[in-house]
Design a protein around this ligand. Sequence first.
Ligand code: FAD
Length: 334
Amino acid sequence: MNFDDYRGTWVFMEVKDGAIASVSLELLGAGRQLADKRSSELAGVLIGDGVTSLAQEVIEYGADVVYVYDAPIYKHYRTETYMKALLACVEKFKPEILLYGATSTGKDLASAVATDLPTGLTADTTQLDVEEDTGLLLASRPAFGGNIMATILCKKYRPQMATVRPKVVRALPRDKERTGVIFEESIPIHEDDIRTKVLEIVRNTIQTVRISEADIIVSGGKGMGSAAGFQLIHKLAEVLGGAVGASRDVVEAGWVGHHHQVGQTGVTVTPKIYFAIGISGAIQHIVGMQNSGLIIAINKDPNALIFQSCHYGIVGDAFEIIPLLIEQFRGALG
Ligand code: FAD
């Protein structure tokens, strides 16, 4: 394998309901830094039906080049069709680095592509860097239950691939003046050759907690005392139209599911407002929420560590303060 043939950083641009997923825009921000360090191009790969109109947006968020596979066969995400298009693109244009959002689609596609290409895949990365001279991607992620950060290298093969968790890197501000090159690509692909058929899309009508996307998160810790006490966190979140977060100890106690967990071994969040209630402020929790816009902590211990990481702190009993907040917010928000 001649490494000199492989140039540039690519991002697989995930599209949902006609819009580019926020994680893909974030990856363009991270990819821009990698590409600049290597003095190479940043490209986005858009696959879908009617996605050509999104190519300019990919450029405005930092890409120099966009490869577009636009055809009705790509209307719904299917591993086989997207994998065929992406593999063809990789074979033709040979990227040095290929990044995907660590979403269900990104993870599915990346692992499928990795089984076909003679290369590896670092999953669930939380930090990215590149060695300027060698082009080695330094893909870091928590390992051994979050006890260490492992930096994983792919020394012998190209492209170097990684899935990256949402919200761990930042998108660049959109620049409507940016220009770039759009390649409209196609491959011979026929519906009859594809084994998976999408018969119907059934939308999940049960409201799921998406703390990674929420603008307001109300998080509760062991200070809420019990599963019944934790219900107050749900009530405050409901009044504010926010999502419910939790510390790991709460999740381990079984008061809420793991998808609510914020922190090193949970989800990284950056809401506009983050409430940390009855949470001590252990570093493993802080790393998952420290980039929130406004952090408000409530804790009855004035020396709790959480007060070192918040913008506003209220020293007091959560069971007295939350009902007052609910009352005030109900009044103010109607
Ligand atoms: P506690 O530490 O028990 O704190 C409870 C707090 O509530 C105290 O500060 C107390 O003063 C306050 N309190 C009590 N009663 C009241 C009341 N009535 N009103 C107001 N305040 C009250 N943790 C995470 O959260 N996320 C992670 O992803 C994570 N990953 C980890 C990974 C590893 C490898 C390890 C070793 C640990 C990890 N942890 C994680 C656990 C972390 O170290 C802490 O143990 C955990 O965050 C503590 O949870 P807590 O703050 O809810 O509980």
